[in-house]
Ligand binder design. Structure first.
Ligand code: NAP
Length: 323
């Protein structure tokens, strides 16, 4: 099969198209013919060699995919050849999706409803899993509460907007481009702010009658964490999802409000939590409340361009690779 491989950590140019042996499923495993692979920011951190968990070289990048079951191993009864599925992850964490075929444990594969395209399916695992875990497992968000999705135009942000809107929350989302703000509004945010303007969080205080946001899902904590403390409501929860550096904060911001700052790594979700996440996502896909947004589809061989694009401003849903 064709696959993108990384032979040494470095810039996007280390992503090369190789011919590699097809995987065969062992007991309890399935091989998925990949129709679309999701490109996540974490793929770039791993490729550069700066991430906490690094694979053995050479490796095939990518975590998220959707496609059709190609072969099933002994003992697999949930799937048969030809089933449409999305992949939560392959047998090697954070690896293996930028390829024509992906080897997965059957438990890490879920049915893809007929109303969801393969490209949309490749936008599910990391983005929707993270948004769900942030909202429900970490912040314990309640209907009627106000949510700030600080960075709502990308993969995780759009997922959070849709999940929170369906959950009965008042949703405020931010984006840095006009196109992104329109998208965030179309996908359910009641109010949309521009995080590139100086006074946008004063507007949030106005929109909440001075109370602030009960829950904040933060995509760029090294820029925003102090601002989040300024606009979080009493008993509020700030969930740190994305961070690309350091920041000085005044912890006093947490005290008077009994506010909490909660870290999140999707990889820490237990098997039970992962099962609950994907049961909820399956229900949301089936009833149409979850509609992943694919902003860009690129051929597999253009993985380097896709990884450059995912770090640029002006996010618009997901970028996916088509083998
Ligand atoms: P993405 O699709 O590239 O989107 C990035 C988002 O950040 C966009 O909405 C972008 O908005 C926004 N942003 C840019 N500047 C901002 C600012 N000053 N304030 C607030 N938001 C800003 O990435 P993603 O897949 O949604 O992931 C978002 C972050 O979460 C990444 O850092 C990723 O590594 C991280 N993440 C962490 C986990 C975990 O387990 N903790 C899981 C998934 C993702 P504009 O482009 O419109 O400016």
């Amino acid at each position: 099969m064709k696959a993108i491989r990384v032979h040494k950590f470095g810039g996007p140019e280390v992503l090369q198209l190789d011919e590699v042996p097809d995987p065969t499923p062992g007991p309890g495993q399935v091989v998925v013919r990949v129709r679309a692979a999701g490109v996540n920011p974490v793929d770039t951190y791993v490729r550069s060699g700066s991430y906490a968990m690094l694979p053995t070289l050479p490796y095939i990048p990518g975590n998220d995919a959707a496609g059709v079951v190609e072969a099933v191993g002994a003992g697999v009864t949930r799937f048969q050849k030809g089933d449409r599925v999305y992949v939560v992850r392959t047998t090697t964490q954070l690896c293996g999706a930028y390829a024509e075929l992906a080897l997965c444990d059957a438990a890490m594969v879920h049915p893809l409803p007929g109303n969801v395209s393969f490209s949309q399916g490749a936008a599910l695992s990391v983005p929707y899993g993270t948004a769900y875990r942030g909202l429900h497992h970490k912040a314990h968000a309640r209907p009627g509460e106000t949510l700030l999705v600080h960075g709502a135009s990308g993969g995780v942000g759009i997922a959070a907007v849709q999940l929170a809107r369906a959950h009965g929350m008042t949703v405020i989302g931010t984006a840095g481009s006009e196109r992104g703000r329109k998208l965030v509004h179309e996908h359910g945010a009641h109010h949309v702010l521009d995080h590139a303007t100086p006074d946008y969080l004063q507007r949030l205080m106005g929109l909440t009658d001075g109370r602030g946001a009960d829950v904040i899902l933060e995509m760029l904590a090294n820029v925003n964490l102090q601002k989040d403390l300024d606009v979080v409501a009493r008993f509020g929860r700030i969930v740190v999802i994305g961070n690309r550096g350091s920041i000085e904060i005044n912890p006093r911001g947490t005290m008077g409000k009994d506010a909490a700052i909660l870290g999140l790594a999707l990889w820490n979700a237990s098997p039970e939590e992962m099962a609950s996440i994907h049961a909820a996502l399956g229900a949301g896909l089936a009833n149409g409340t979850l509609r992943p947004v694919v902003g860009q589809e690129l051929p597999l061989k253009e993985a380097a361009r896709a990884q450059e694009a995912v770090l640029k401003p002006g996010a618009y849903g997901k970028i996916v690779l088509i083998p």
